[in-house]
Design a protein around this ligand. Structure first.
Ligand code: ADE
Length: 230
């Protein structure tokens, strides 16, 4: 059973529309759609934005529906100085939470997640490479690298550059790192596929509503192509 999570309606509605033999069940106010996508058993949910919503959703998918792997699809802000542009696809090699910080009391260790003891969580190499191959075939290219997650919509060069300089991230969003954390704690493989909707800079507030739909649908279309290979 493959779990697929998107935060916003536009990030999952194409999947729910394409799902066959679908059944819906609501748990903790989130609706989980079970059925087949491209002939593959899947469970799809719209989790709502942010780290808490997405982690809870991932854990429910794992514990209640046996999801493995879990794939996070959606849009992200691209780090333009790393050549990541609106409309580009990014498949994460790893995720981190840029706003997790206990350095005032823990020093160098203060960016490491409790229990897991590390800052970066590696995505599943096999699933991620299949997603990336499909992106190369369908769109002629894909970015591979770190995605930075936090409970913030990034809309200014200063904050973006601080995150990019400190972490080396290619893109920022609000769920991949926390879905990764829930999956890592449960030893479930995960992947993060994002299409860029804005540059997380001073234009992001205008770009996001302009490009989110088109980019989110690109990520969904790619996922539908990739599912039978997973
Ligand atoms: N998702 C899409 N664009 C984003 C941004 N600029 N910051 C955080 N999450 C995003």
């Amino acid at each position: 059973m493959i779990g697929i999570i998107g935060a916003m309606a536009v990030e999952v509605e194409g999947l729910i529309a394409a799902m066959e033999q679908k059944q819906a069940e609501t748990v903790s106010r989130v609706t989980f759609w079970r059925g087949t996508l491209s002939g593959v058993d899947c469970v799809v949910a719209q989790c709502g934005a942010g780290k808490v919503n997405s982690a809870l959703c991932a854990q429910t998918m794992i514990l209640k529906y046996g999801a493995s792997p879990v794939i996070n699809t959606g849009v992200a802000g691209g780090v333009g100085s790393r050549d990541v542009r609106i409309g580009d696809l990014v498949v994460a090699t790893a995720v981190l939470q840029h706003d997790y910080d206990t350095t005032p009391i823990d020093g160098d260790q203060g960016r490491c997640l409790p229990i897991l003891g590390r800052e970066r969580l590696e995505t599943d190499a096999r699933v991620s490479e299949i997603l990336a191959d499909c992106a190369r075939e369908a769109y002629g290219g894909v970015h591979r690298g770190l995605i930075a997650t936090g409970d913030q919509f990034i809309s200014g060069k200063e904050r973006l550059h601080e995150i990019a300089r400190r972490t080396g991230a290619l893109a920022c969003e609000m769920e991949g790192g926390s879905i990764g954390q829930a999956c890592a704690l449960a030893d479930v493989p995960f992947a993060v596929l994002r299409a860029i909707s804005d540059n997380a800079d001073d234009n992001a507030v205008d770009d996001f509503p302009r490009f989110a739909r088109e980019s989110a649908e690109k990520s969904v279309a790619l996922l539908l192509k990739a599912l039978p290979r997973l």
